[in-house]
Ligand binder design. Structure first.
Ligand code: IMP
Ligand code: MG
Length: 179
């Protein structure tokens, strides 16, 4: 696994320190709001587990599975394969995502949840790759762990063909692995 990694982009220590900072910010912003923290599976699972423990105010955990077809023609079409269990109407909702890339999946998730009339709806993404954003997507993340260059990254929940999610850091995959 390790030998397929070209470079460690974000070390375990860097990620831990940044999540602690985000935790302070989120704990401040969501004090007294009992937010629903919606994780989009499954890339988010490692970030979610670490992030939630740095949010020091009462909150509820929930999850969605979205299947997107952005790989084919970039129409942004997606479907909800697993929905949240809780009624989001009037609730403060925070979406947690692993990566904001073209924006197709986050754009879909955001508007899907917005239609349920939450009291507020915000986005927290561990990674943001703004160079990759699809034209016309104006959505912005409210909380960003790290803004990264346009490289394919794996680890800390992120996969290539379902592999590498269990690496404890975020690394750049050697291009020969996927070319
Ligand atoms: P989108 O292009 O913003 O819709 O991102 C769709 C999904 O592609 C993300 O939720 C990730 O699962 C995956 N993805 C995008 N960029 C990367 C990457 O650099 N490494 C691994 N997965 C990625
Ligand atoms: Mg993925």
């Amino acid at each position: 696994m390790e030998r397929d990694i070209q470079e460690v982009l974000l070390s375990e220590e860097q990620i831990r320190a940044r999540i602690a900072e985000l935790g302070e910010e989120l704990s401040r912003d969501y004090a007294g709001k009992n937010p629903v923290i919606v994780g989009v599976l499954k890339g988010v699972v490692v970030f979610y587990a670490d992030m939630i423990r740095q949010i020091k105010v009462p909150c509820q955990m929930d999850f969605m599975v979205i299947s997107s077809y952005s790989g084919t023609d970039s129409t942004g079409t997606a479907v909800v394969k697993k929905d949240v269990d809780v009624d989001l109407k009037g609730r403060h909702v925070l979406i947690l995502e692993d990566i904001f890339d073209t924006g197709n999946s986050l754009n879909f998730t955001y508007h899907n949840l917005l239609a349920r009339e939450p009291a507020s709806l915000k986005i927290c993404t561990l990674l943001d790759k703004p160079e990759r954003r699809k034209e016309g997507i104006t959505l912005q993340a409210d909380y960003v762990g790290f803004t990264i260059p346009n490289a394919f990254v794996v680890g800390y929940g992120l996969d290539y063909n379902e592999l590498y999610r269990n690496l404890p850091y975020v690394g750049v995959l050697k291009p020969e692995v996927y070319q």
